[in-house]
Design a protein around this ligand. Structure first.
Ligand code: FAD
Length: 404
């Protein structure tokens, strides 16, 4: 029996599974009854090599820097294939990059729903993957086994494009042996936090029971009625039913997401929410684009694409169906990139973390149904008041954080 290695605490753990992937003995498993699972070490089989601790430290504190002399570049971008752009969450850049990788014969790793609506990373070099990974799923993805599969592909001589959250990209880069790293290209989404898979699962159960039908598809942010901040709506389809549109403010899951009740704790202090990116590329919604490039058509969605390495720039230049307009970093104020570098004050974070903790404890005692009744989405009056306060704050008439 050995001393347990020192991994990230519950508050620090990002759930990236780098420690598990780095362990040569399979001694680390993730478990837990709460909103997220955390690593546990089997001290009977642990050989004390320290690889898990090292991988965790690398993810938490950063080590990868392939940038050399390359100056990070910012683009306003969209997929020029109208159909793909419309079905994607932002400007469809994620899809264009993935399609280019498939065209080159690479393996692509991205996030898909399975038949039970679980959210997980998958990997394939078949074009079928493109449709499955399209669109943001606002839930922490299951990465179990994915790094090992990507490494196996790299060993077999294939290149890999990995798309995920910034911490997952960093985990991927960390666990790939240095000799294989030149075959890996990472693309991080701008991420303001991931939600609990447990709550998502129970939400799916809840809406299925209410409807009396199985959920067939769930697009968290459909663009059938346009793209823009504050007008997000889910397109929800049950078996043998028509698609229903649900604005985010009326959507229980998105409401709890917006209130940060169901986020991973470490997301509140995410070390990756900085201007200099660790991944080779970063994609996100180009919020605020109308102020920077007023002539840019936005209805079908606009992405920000940040290119951080020379190799990524070469790759991007090879993507034919991408419209790219370079904007300088100074032209891209933090506010335009919600979730990019924006941070709440420490006092606000502490208050939100306490509220989130309380929510989780109550949820685990009372269960989903009772929480749904106690913490419902906004009603119409609350929504109007929210907008009113939002405008007052926007025009500087009222200062401070906006109460949701
Ligand atoms: C949890 C989460 C939080 C986000 N927060 C912000 C934010 O605060 N600000 C912002 O500008 N953008 C945010 N985004 C990113 C944004 O929603 C789009 O995913 C991104 O702009 C890509 O859109 P696209 O149209 O280029 O690509 P699409 O073709 O829509 O592809 C989306 C890509 O995201 C990947 N993906 C989907 N779900 C997940 C997931 N759960 N975890 C990891 N990767 C996933 C897929 O593999 C796919 O490659 C967030 C996304 C997620 C999943």
């Amino acid at each position: 029996m050995r001393n347990s290695p020192k991994l990230a605490s519950r508050e620090e753990c990002m759930g990236c599974h780098a420690c598990e992937a780095a362990c040569p003995e399979g001694s680390i498993t993730f478990s837990g009854k709460g909103f997220f699972t955390y690593p546990e070490v089997n001290t009977d089989t642990c050989i004390g090599c320290g690889k898990c601790e090292k991988a965790c430290d690398y993810v938490r504190f950063g080590f990868r820097n392939d940038k050399k002399d390359f100056t990070q570049r910012f683009f306003c971008a969209h997929n020029t294939y109208a159909h793909e752009r419309r079905l994607a969450t932002s400007g469809g850049v994620g899809g264009a990059l993935a399609a280019r990788a498939i065209q080159l014969g690479w393996q692509v790793c991205g996030v898909a729903f399975d038949e039970e609506m679980n959210v997980a990373h998958i990997i394939s070099d078949d074009a079928e993957i493109l449709e499955k990974i399209r669109g943001s799923k606002y839930v922490q993805s299951d990465v179990a086994g994915i790094y090992a599969k990507a490494i196996a592909s790299l060993r077999a001589g294939q290149q890999v494009l990995f798309i995920g959250t910034p911490c997952q990209c960093q985990a991927m880069s960390t666990v790939v042996p240095a000799s294989l790293r030149s075959g890996l290209l990472t693309c991080a989404i701008i991420c303001h936090g991931v939600n609990s898979p447990k709550v998502w699962h129970e939400y799916v159960d809840f809406i299925e029971k209410k409807k009396g039908r199985k959920l067939q598809s769930y697009n968290f942010r459909s663009k059938d009625r346009g793209w823009g901040f504050g007008i997000e709506r889910a397109a929800v389809k049950f078996e043998n039913s028509r698609v229903k549109y649900l604005p985010s403010w009326k959507n229980l899951f998105m409401r709890w997401f917006g209130m940060h009740y169901i986020l991973q704790e470490s997301c509140f202090h995410c070390p990756y929410r900085i201007e200099e990116r660790y991944s080779d590329m970063t994609i996100g919604d180009f919020w605020g684009i109308e102020k920077l490039l007023p002539q840019e058509p936005t209805r079908e969605g606009v992405s920000v694409l940040i290119v951080s390495t020379e190799r990524a720039m070469e790759f991007v230049n090879g993507v034919e169906n991408l419209s790219l307009k370079e904007t300088s970093a100074t032209l891209t104020p933090q506010k335009s990139l919600g979730g990019f570098t924006e941070r709440r004050s420490e006092s606000q974070i502490a208050a939100e973390l306490e509220r989130r903790q309380h929510f989780e404890e109550e949820y685990l005692k009372k269960g989903f149904v009772s929480m749904a009744a106690k913490y419902p989405p906004q009603n119409t009056l609350q929504r109007i008041l929210y907008h009113f306060r939002y405008r007052l704050r926007q025009y500087g008439i009222v200062k401070g954080e906006l109460k949701k």
